[in-house]
Each structure stands twice: as structure tokens, then as C-alpha cells.
Design a protein around this ligand. Structure first.
Ligand code: SF4
Length: 435
């Protein structure tokens, strides 16, 4: 439902595609996947960039896009590549199911000989949903289709002051956006709304004075632009915990890695062996999950990571192994200079960085919370690190758990999200909208 009436100023008419396109012609961003004026858009570049940009920023995508194009210059080259190669090129971008879908999609398109040129046809391909199909159809094939992502949602809810919170407002936003797409230059219109959302109609402090849609913008007329889109507060998910085991081989510093099972969270990605990730994980039993017998040293601090459905905390254990130590079944030693070729997701890069340079937890104020890890037990008491330890214990220990996917109900939220800061306490203040 749209807000009725205005408090400060009456908005004029409806937003016009012509006004937006005139602004776009002056202010468009130059992006490596974007055709310059007079050029024809390349469906492969458009598709690749749109898949990469799902949940990821332009700044993060740029170097990946350029590396991908060098390695896989067209859809046939991508289709011919091995899955390891694709996952390795993608490593660090997060949401790894996108990479698997990208590869599967490339194979289908290469087999068909070309991308479908309609939104409907594109939607049948793996990893292509309503937004991506609309964007490719409009930008690469000039179809009169709407492409509604988070930026576009923000612009449209502000322009029309849509009071219904997301995600329930999505059908209304889609209808509004589709009604504004011109028959002429639909691809430029799609990119213009994206640019407007990214550069002018930003989440905080939108630069309304520079906006081509300021005259018709209802939220601006109400003075409430920063309060849109309305949102329903999200549940954060329950914290899970686990352990990660980083074994360094003496001599060459190689790290013990394994490949995760193909399905589920971080499927087919590389990792130092980890335990299962559980809500009630007991760190006192961590060594039962170690991949081999060694003098495991529990490092101070934690590696924190946010997935879509839950936050994760990993305790990191390190060990130094003799050069002749064989890798356990299904695992491999990877020398430091070959790590870049491994499909290591952001979480596992953080684990390795922490193993090399552990950062202790900052001291907590007040009483420890219920979620604090218990103090190290005697099982973990740190041992002196020795340069060349043939470090196996003399007695056998229970077999490690198999390398099953720890969880399968989420995906990575941010490729390299830093640990969340504790919220500062503030005195209650009135909502901005009431000022
Ligand atoms: S006038 Fe302001 S709030 Fe409205 S669309 Fe433009 S930048 Fe966004």
C-alpha cells in the first residue's frame, strides 16, 4: 500500500523513463561487463556479471570477473573447464552453489549453441531466477523486462512510498518496475535504475538533490526517504560452533587439506579438516575430530563467520608434522605457493590466517555470557612448539569422524565478512520518521 498524501511537498506526476535515461546518458558507470554506447552487449559477459553480482558488491566482483574472462573467455571455454578449476576461480566470492550452477548452466548453453533470448527461456537454466533472467533479457537481448534486485527495490519503494514491508511488497514492486520499463532501451533502463540505487538512492543519506526522480518521489516529498524500504526484522539464526585443524608439514610448510563433499554447504570446496558444526558442540571433545594424531595446540581466539541462516565460531587447532608424515586417506598436503590454486572459501582462508597469526579474544566486560567458550581443559593444555616434532602420541586414539558435510541448510552470507562488532548501548531515541 502506498502512503497517502504528503507532509511537506506534493510529488509531481509519475516517474519517467525518459528523465532517468537522460540522467544515465550523463552519469552511467563504466563497468568491465557493460557495453559502451554504440556497442552490442555480450550475453556471456552480462550473464557472468549478473551471477557474480548476486549478493556481492561491484568492487568485489571486478577482479573476479576479469580473471574469469582471462581464464574462460567464452561460454564454451567455461563449459569445458573442470569443476575444480571453476571452483578455484570462484573461491572467495561466497555463495558457492552459484559457481556450481554457473558451470552447469555454461554446459547447457554450450550444448544449445547460444543463450535463450527471452526471460522465460533464461529462467529454465540453472542458477537463473527472476532478477537475473530479467536483467539478461533486457540488457543482452533488448526485451522489455524488469530486473528487480535490492537496489531497485529500494528506489521503487521510495519513489512510490510503499508501506508494505519486504518481502511481502515484492509483487507490488515488480509490477511498478515493469510498468516503467520503456519499449525503447529497456536494457539501459535496467542499468540506469541499478546505477541510481548504487550511487544516488543509497541506503543512507540518499543524494535526492541530484536525483532525476526527485520531483515524483513520494518518500522524498514526505521527508521519509531513509525509512524505505520497510522491512520485517530478521531472525539471526542460532550460533553453531566447531573446530578446525590446521596441520603444517615441517620443511616445506605444506598444509593438510581435504575436499568437502559435493552437496551442501561449501560443497566441493577445499578446507583444513573441521569437526561438525553444531549448536551444542563440545570443545572439550575436539581432539576426537582431529584428522590424525599429533601434538595439537589450541590457538587463542576464534574464527567467526556469518552464513545466511546461522553464525559460526570455530576454534582453531594447529600442529606441526614431520616431513615424512603421510596424508590421511582423502586428504593432501598443499605447499604454501599452491594454496591460491585451491578452491578455499573465505571462511577457510580466515582459518588458515588465524592458524598462522592467532588473534586472542578481546577481554570481555562484565560477566561472561552464556555463549562463552569454557576455559581450555587439560586436554588442550598448550605444549611447547618444537621445530621438528615426530609428534604422534604413543597410543592409538578413536578414529576421526568421517568428512561429512557439517550442515546443509545455508549458504555463505558474505565472502569476507569481518566479525560482527558488539552493538553499542544507546539511550533510546525517537525514530527519525517522527522528527
Ligand atoms: S528522490 Fe531521493 S529517495 Fe527518491 S528516488 Fe531519488 S534519491 Fe531516492
Amino acid at each position: 500500500m502506498s502512503a497517502a498524501g504528503s507532509r511537506t511537498q506534493k510529488p509531481q506526476a509519475a516517474p519517467s523513463a525518459a528523465d532517468l535515461l537522460a540522467w544515465y546518458d550523463r552519469q552511467r558507470r563504466s563497468l568491465p561487463w557493460r557495453a559502451e554506447p554504440g556497442e552490442t552487449a555480450d550475453p556471456y559477459r552480462v550473464w557472468l556479471s549478473e551471477v557474480m553480482l548476486q549478493q556481492t558488491t561491484v568492487a568485489a566482483v571486478r577482479p573476479y570477473f576479469e580473471r574469469f574472462l582471462t581464464r574462460f573467455p567464452d561460454v564454451s571455454a567455461l563449459a569445458r573447464a573442470g569443476e575444480d578449476e571453476v571452483m578455484s576461480a570462484w573461491a572467495g566470492l561466497g555463495y558457492y552453489s552459484r559457481a556450481r550452477n554457473l558451470h552447469a548452466c555454461a554446459r547447457l548453453v554450450a550444448e544449445a549453441g547460444a543463450f535463450p533470448d527471452t526471460a522465460e527461456g533464461l529462467r529454465r537454466l540453472p542458477g537463473i531466477g527472476a532478477y537475473t533472467s530479467g536483467a539478461i533479457a533486457a540488457i543482452a537481448f533488448g526485451r522489455q523486462e524488469a530486473a528487480v534486485d535490492g537496489n531497485v527495490e529500494r528506489v521503487m519503494t521510495r519513489v512510490a512510498a510503499i508501506e508494505t514491508p519486504l518481502p511481502n511488497s515484492r509483487p507490488e514492486i515488480r509490477v511498478l518496475t515493469q510498468s516503467l520499463v520503456p519499449a525503447d532501451r529497456p536494457g539501459d533502463f535496467a542499468q540506469a535504475v541499478m546505477d541510481l540505487g548504487a550511487t544516488i538512492c543509497t541506503p543512507r543519506k540518499p543524494a535526492c538533490a541530484l536525483c532525476p526522480w526527485m520531483p515524483p518521489c513520494r518518500a522524498r516529498a514526505l521527508g521519509l526517504q531513509e525509512t524505505f524500504p520497510r522491512k520485517v526484522r530478521k531472525e539471526k539464526g542460532t550460533l553453531r560452533r566447531g573446530s578446525a585443524f590446521v596441520a603444517f608439514r615441517a620443511g616445506d610448510g605444506a598444509i593438510l587439506l581435504r575436499t568437502r563433499p559435493p552437496g551442501g554447504l561449501l560443497g566441493a570446496m577445499a578446507e583444513p579438516p573441521t569437526s561438525e558444526w553444531e549448536i551444542d558442540y563440545d570443545p572439550a571433545r575436539a581432539l576426537l575430530d582431529a584428522p590424525l594424531d599429533a601434538r595439537w595446540k589450541r590457538q587463542p581466539g576464534l574464527v567467526r563467520h556469518g552464513f545466511t541462516h546461522f553464525p559460526l565460531e570455530l576454534t582453531v587447532f594447529t600442529a606441526r608434522l614431520a616431513l615424512a608424515t603421510p596424508a590421511p586417506a582423502g586428504m593432501r598436503f598443499v605447499p604454501p605457493d599452491a594454496l591460491a590454486d585451491e578452491p578455499l572459501p573465505g571462511l577457510m582462508l580466515k582459518v588458515i590466517a588465524h592458524a598462522r597469526d592467532p588473534k586472542p579474544e578481546p577481554p570481555k566486560r562484565g560477566r561472561p555470557g552464556r555463549e562463552s567458550l569454557p576455559a581450555p581443559t587439560p586436554l588442550f593444555e598448550e605444549v611447547e612448539e618444537r621445530p621438528e616434532p615426530p609428534a604422534f602420541r604413543p597410543v592409538p586414539k578413536p578414529a576421526p569422524r568421517p568428512a561429512t558435510a557439517p550442515v546443509a541448510d545455508g549458504e555463505e552470507a558474505e565472502p569476507e565478512r569481518p566479525p560482527a562488532k558488539a552493538p553499542r548501548r544507546r539511550a533510546a531515541s525517537k525514530p527519525r520518521a517522527k522528527r
